[in-house]
Design a protein around this ligand. Structure first.
Ligand code: AMP
Length: 209
């Protein structure tokens, strides 16, 4: 089964690579960050609860994201397979995921912290479909408008220096233990995230096939 998880720091290209991998195998791309931003934008009861922690780059409680994942994995769109992007982010989340589904491969995108800052500066996201752009390196054809869905392309509230620093600390503390967790299960694939996007995408597909 195509049950994949992406791991890696902010800016390592998880979102972009997850989107491309999901398109390649025609399976669901599930991004908890995208789903949560949608809740915040729509002022739902969940959105109101998580808005502050998201803005500061903190994690939202495990139970909330676990509930989202449980629902997403039950959708018919996930029956052919899925790529998880931004989940799990803590060991308890990974343990919860194991109660819901198998995981065939975990793709770890490796990128040093210094590069994370370079990449996140200028990063832009589509509010509608979550597609990523870069103001200089990979702009949308029309400024502020998504090439793919026509949605609004904007800078995320948590793509500021302060929030990025905080998110990286949390990544090292809470998410990095998942590397050992999945390595022990023999499902971890390490990929250097430094090369250009198409090169990384090709390496991922070659490693999975
Ligand atoms: P991302 O788009 O994956 O960078 O996620 C953006 C923000 O959403 C994170 O900084 C957290 O506030 C929240 N978030 C997304 N996924 C999770 C998760 N698995 N666990 C906790 N918080 C999450």
């Amino acid at each position: 089964m195509h049950h994949y998880v992406f791991l890696g720091p902010q800016g390592s290209g998880k979102g972009t690579q997850a989107e491309q991998l999901a398109a390649h195998f025609d399976i669901a791309h599930i991004s908890t960050g995208h789903i949560l931003r949608h809740e915040v934008a729509n002022n739902t009861s969940l959105g109101l609860v998580v808005a502050e922690s998201m803005k500061s780059g903190s994690l939202v409680p495990d139970e909330m994201v676990n509930e989202i994942i449980k629902e997403q994995l039950m959708l018919p769109t996930a029956s052919a397979g899925f790529v998880l992007d931004g989940y799990p982010r803590t060991v308890p989340q990974a343990e919860f995921l194991a109660t819901q589904s198998t995981v065939n491969n975990v793709i770890l995108l490796e990128l040093p912290d210094e590069e994370v800052f370079d990449r996140i500066h200028g990063r832009l996201t589509c509010e509608g479909c979550g597609h990523m752009y870069h103001a200089v390196n990979r702009p949308s054809k029309m400024v502020g408008v998504c090439d793919q869905c026509g949605g609004r392309v904007y800078q995320r509230a948590d793509d500021t220096d302060e929030a990025i620093r905080h998110r990286l600390v949390l990544y090292h503390e809470l998410t990095e233990p998942l590397i050992a967790y999945y390595q022990k299960q023999g499902v971890l694939l390490r990929i250097n995230a430094h090369p250009p996007i198409p090169e990384v995408a090709a390496k991922i597909i070659a490693a999975l096939e």
